[in-house]
Design a binder for this molecule. Structure first.
Ligand code: GLU
Length: 474
């Protein structure tokens, strides 16, 4: 049974980079009928905050990335928070000390700095010198008597390490690349590189999918598996997500945290769809697809080893598609908070729904809804400069006056056909057509140069309100 995991550190919001790793691990598990586990890596006590754990779990839930084991759901291999797993780490630390693969190191920070500076001056790699590797028990006691508190270091293998990466292919880490590294701090708390191995091992993780910035950690982790005489999981390292300028994606490029995307009114499925295209492509070359299709088609062999670019335009294109295609009631509910911010009267739900139905096609994300609806809710709507200028012309005023007259005389319920008939009358009366005909009508009724088809807008505005607006001009 395949078991993958997402192991975030609760030090900030979930963002495009780390959620992409989580999503691919999730897709891999779901496509193989495996299990997806969440583990919280909170051993960095200064930077970790419990509230971030909550936020990132909320974000995962919002995205629909459910987990089979982990916080909130439990499981057979818990606890799923590293700070609660101290006893398990202690057992393995003892094993490594007893087998001679780890040792207590009493060097002070000053001594280590001095050593590092010397190594640099002599153009040697700034690795730990090995000074405490073979201390006798008496020597250790003497150092402890000086009040020194030891860290525990791992004794690295002096050999090349081969990684058979599922995404990057074979990578050889040359011997001497890393020096004896700390696995447990003086305060007894293990460091990431150590805790991650013990956790992946004891949680029976079979596949580790994560960002390739962890490659230099992987070699350390492989050595620990070897020392414990345990098989390592399969690793797959995903290349970075870049911004359009090909620099690592960051806040500079725009919204990057899931929280921001949610606030902007992107649908979670649209975001997942954009995420899956970051380094994976469908064999059928489709770009827009439901999660069920992604699960069906996901193949780790199709994950690219090169960086991918997070393209906001593509996200918006995808998002527009989902907004237009999703159940209208859901879209209406999601729009309400943005409209309430403008204090619009939303008491008439049928009216609200008819408005959202005609304008949703314009929205790339739902917070934009307020850009398209003011003329439905207030007479104090904004008028584009272009429209102000247009409506000051004699030709436009003729169109408006003619349209007003035809509308006033109209006795039928206003619908698409009636609107067409009215414009035909205006066309005949003024001799104008195309943009010269339609732009003044749109401008006079909505204040906007662009928007949904007027044959959809007019029936919602209704005859009386439309006549009033035309009267102000005509
Ligand atoms: N806590 C690590 C991070 O957030 C996890 C790395 C891993 O997946 O092993 O970067």
């Amino acid at each position: 049974m395949i078991r993958t995991r997402f192991a975030p550190s609760p030090t900030g919001h979930l963002h495009v980079g780390n959620v992409r790793s989580a999503f691919f691990a999730w897709l891999f598990a779901r496509s193989q009928q495996g299990k997806f586990i969440i583990r919280i890596e909170d051993t960095d006590q200064e930077r970790s905050k419990p509230e971030y754990t909550d936020l990132l779990l909320n974000d995962m839930e919002w995205l629909g990335l459910d987990w089979d084991e982990g916080p909130r759901v439990g499981g057979d291999y818990g606890p799923y928070l590293q700070t609660e797993r101290g006893d398990t780490y202690a057992i393995y630390t003892q094993k490594l000390l007893e087998s001679g693969h780890a040792f207590k190191c009493y060097c002070s920070a000053e001594e280590l700095t001095a050593e590092r500076e010397l190594a640099e001056a002599e153009s040697r790699p700034p690795h730990y010198s090995g000074r405490c590797r073979s201390l006798t028990e008496e020597q250790q006691k003497a150092l402890e008597a000086e009040g020194r508190e030891p860290v525990i270091r791992f004794k690295v293998y002096e050999e090349d390490t081969l990684l058979k990466d599922m995404i990057k292919g074979d990578i050889v880490f040359p011997k001497g690349m890393v020096g004896d590294f700390v696995i447990v701090r003086a305060n007894g708390i293990p460091v990431y590189n150590y805790a991650v191995v013990i956790d992946d091992l004891t949680m029976k993780i079979t596949h580790v999918l994560r960002a390739d910035e962890h490659l230099s950690n992987t070699v350390r982790q492989q050595m620990i598996y070897k020392a414990l005489n345990e098989p390592e999981p399969r690793f797959g390292h995903m290349a970075l997500v870049l911004g359009e300028d090909r620099q690592k994606l960051s806040k500079r490029h725009g919204a990057t945290s899931i929280e921001e995307f949610r606030r902007l009114g992107y649908l979670p499925e649209a975001l997942c769809n954009a995420l899956v295209l970051l380094g994976w492509s469908s064999p059928t070359a489709e770009e827009i697809m439901p999660i069920s299709t992604m699960i069906e088609q996901f193949d780790i062999n199709r994950v690219s080893a090169s960086p991918s670019v997070f393209d906001f335009k593509r996200l918006n294109w995808i998002s527009k598609h989902y907004i237009a295609d999703t159940d209208l009631d859901r879209i209406v509910d999601l729009c309400i908070p943005y409209l309430l911010e403008k204090s619009y009267d939303l008491s008439d739900k049928t009216y609200l729904k008819s408005i959202i139905a005609v304008i949703r096609g314009n929205c790339e994300h739902l917070s934009q809804v307020t850009d398209y609806v003011d003329y439905f809710f207030t007479e104090d709507y904004t008028v584009d400069t272009e429209i102000k200028e247009l409506l000051a012309t004699e030709e436009a005023q003729q169109v408006v006056a003619s349209f007003k007259k035809a509308l006033e005389a109209e006795t039928r319920v206003i619908d698409k056909d009636v609107y067409k008939d009215l414009t035909t009358i205006v066309k005949e009366e003024t001799g104008l057509g195309g943009k010269k005909l339609f732009m003044p009508i749109r401008g006079a009724l909505t204040g906007k140069a662009h928007g949904p088809e007027m044959f959809l807008v007019l029936p919602i505005l209704g005859k009386d309100r439309a006549v009033k607006r035309l009267s102000l001009l005509g």
